[in-house]
Design a binder for this molecule. Structure first.
Ligand SMILES: NC(=O)c1ccc[n+]([C@@H]2O[C@H](COP(=O)([O-])OP(=O)(O)OC[C@H]3O[C@@H](n4cnc5c(N)ncnc54)[C@H](O)[C@@H]3O)[C@@H](O)[C@H]2O)c1
Length: 322
């Protein structure tokens, strides 16, 4: 297969490329990435992949790149992805995420790419009360609460509309929160871990009891592999583990793993506006139809993640110093 990975120099995209090149060594992988602050060519060092620097909002350039790559498949991770940045300035999110998704579909249509997969998020569904017994299904209504989530929801609508209107063979996946190596240290867990490693206190909001569903990034990549190979065009799939942890749980896990005292390791600050309480996905479709199941227990995957940042200070120190 000849696969183009847009946003492949970022956190999940680069982990996906690591996974794909390992699982499918005969395939040709082309990464298409704008290399924003979150895109890092160092994430792909040692891999046999081609890198094209480009912006998914540039339809002409992306079309040429897809034709030159003779791509059988395009998977899109490219997005502005940090909620806090979107609160400060939502415009880059509207441009890269919404216009970017439209432009990407247009380029795929023009270059006749047989298959497009778009990576979305659980956050498009809004949030759940902490005591709500339900979970978001693929048919739950879109109720984005934050500018980031709104931009991801807009992207999903464009992708599905290109499928329905133009017959583009699209799938969408909405994943829970990921943890793993090579995540830019602006979000958690790497922000907690790199703060703790530098002797700084990990910063929690007052609502640190709010929960997220956590998944090892390699398990996400395995689900995307199944969707790309066996997912039905026009379908959307939720990908989650059911493993919910509060922000406090995450910080305490990092503190324990690094042998730090709780009081010394944590500080609590005022909340960010529009902070969602909780997301939980019903992932029964991807499990029943495609045979996916997460294979990394949380304690094992998170401990390995903490160790990765411990052992790769040369990767994150220049980023944390920015
Ligand atoms: N991190 C998570 O836990 C999580 C959870 C669910 C869904 N997602 C989604 O997964 C995708 C990847 O997330 P991530 O955490 O790896 O993000 P990231 O910020 O680490 O990486 C994004 C990548 O996209 C590139 N990019 C940004 N705008 C671009 C543009 N206009 N053209 C080309 N490239 C561009 C960046 O250079 C970077 O390499 C995003 O779509 C995000 O919404 C992330």
């Amino acid at each position: 297969m000849r696969i183009m990975v847009s946003g492949g120099a970022g956190f999940i995209g680069s982990n996906f490329v690591h996974y794909w090149t390992e699982q499918h060594p005969g395939d040709t992988v082309v990464v298409y990435d704008k290399l924003t602050y979150a895109g890092n060519p160092a994430n792909l060092v040692g891999l046999d992949v081609e890198m094209v620097i480009g912006d998914i909002t540039d339809t002409e350039h992306l079309t040429r790149a897809l034709r030159a790559a003779r791509a059988d498949c395009l998977i899109n991770f490219a997005a502005e992805s940090d909620n806090s940045r979107a609160v400060r300035d939502a415009r880059p999110f509207a441009v890269s995420n919404v216009l970017g998704a439209q432009s990407l579909c247009e380029a795929a249509l023009r270059s006749e790419v047989p298959r497009v997969h778009h990576v979305s998020t659980c956050e498009v569904f809004g949030d759940l009360a902490l005591d709500d017994p339900s979970a978001f299904t693929e048919d739950s209504p879109y109720r984005p609460n934050t500018p980031y989530a709104a931009s991801k929801a807009g992207a999903d609508h464009f992708v599905l509309a290109y499928g329905r209107t133009h017959g583009l063979a699209v799938t969408i996946s909405r994943s829970a929160n990921n943890y793993g190596p090579r995540q830019y240290p602006e979000k958690n867990p790497p922000l907690f871990i790199t703060d703790a490693l530098r002797g700084r206190r990990m910063t929690l909001y007052t609502n640190h009891h709010y929960r997220r569903e956590w998944m090892a990034v390699a398990d996400h990549a395995a689900a995307l592999d199944l969707i790309l190979r066996n997912g039905a065009a026009g379908r959307t799939y939720n990908i989650g583990t059911g493993d919910e942890r509060s922000a406090m749980d995450m910080a305490l896990f990092v503190a324990r793993t690094l042998g730090l005292d709780r009081e010394q390791a944590i500080r609590i600050v005022a909340d960010r506006p529009g902070h969602d309480r909780r997301y939980l996905l019903d992932s029964s479709a991807v499990r029943a139809e495609l045979g996916w199941a997460p294979s990394t227990p949380f304690a094992q995957g998170m401990a390995a993640t903490v160790r990765w940042y411990q052992q790769n200070a040369e990767w994150w120190e220049p980023l944390a110093a920015r």
